[in-house]
Design a protein around this ligand. Structure first.
Ligand code: SF4
Length: 212
């Protein structure tokens, strides 16, 4: 087996993958007899392997695209990953590829968040560098940003633990979310913030008959 040069993968492999295994959002990783690693939905942790649908690693990206009801999952960290499957990774590189299909970028972000000072970009800095149609997101005040966070980043909508914030709002407590950190607002959040800012600017325009 070739040496592993990815420090994030090395750190993951240093976690205990024996016994109860390691849970990354809704995916349970374990060492498996005969192969290197097994991945399955955490809700299936005690289900006999024979009762789970075998899924090839190359099928994981597609598996992560849709909910049980067949709806598209625009946010891969939404708590809607389908259960009932089992995938096997023969080596660390295959494990990394599998995780990136299920949770793109999560391994690298998880590793980055273990540093003493995680590379977090808070809302003001993030909104301040937007251009074009997203420039308007900088006009939302902290209270409105908090409302968009409550609607978009709630544990029922996203399992990433939000480490960025605005003045007066706490980051996500670790117990309410998964170990995957959210280091800056995602594209879905940015669009929700843009729509909120656009709504506010429309409401701020007085009706024509109020202009005297
Ligand atoms: S901004 Fe982060 S926490 Fe909020 S929905 Fe996007 S990924 Fe999840």
């Amino acid at each position: 087996m070739s040496p592993i040069t990815n420090p994030a993968l090395n750190a993951l492999l240093a976690e205990s993958l024996d016994g109860d295994g390691f849970v990354l959002a809704q995916v349970l990783l374990r060492h498996s007899t005969g192969v290197a690693f097994e991945l399955r939905h955490v809700a299936d942790s005690t289900t006999p392997a024979a009762q789970l649908r075998p899924v090839k690693l190359s099928e994981l990206r597609n598996l992560a695209q849709f909910t049980v009801a067949g709806e598209f999952r625009p946010l891969k960290s939404a708590p809607t990953l389908v259960p009932g499957w089992r995938a096997l990774a023969a080596d660390p590189a295959s494990l990394e590829s599998a995780l990136n299909q299920l949770y793109p970028g999560a391994l690298v972000d998880w590793f980055a968040a273990r540093h003493a000072v995680p590379p977090v970009t808070h809302y003001r800095e993030f909104a301040g560098r937007q251009t074009g149609m997203y420039q308007v997101t900088a006009t939302l005040d902290d209270r409105r940003v908090g409302e968009v966070i409550a609607a978009t980043c709630a544990p029922t909508a996203c399992l990433k633990r939000r480490l960025w914030t605005v003045e007066g709002m706490a980051v996500d407590p670790s117990a309410t979310k998964s170990c995957i950190p959210c280091l800056e607002p995602c594209a879905l959040f940015l669009d929700a913030a843009r729509r909120a800012a656009r709504r506010d600017s429309v409401l701020a325009v007085p009706p024509a008959n109020a202009l005297g």
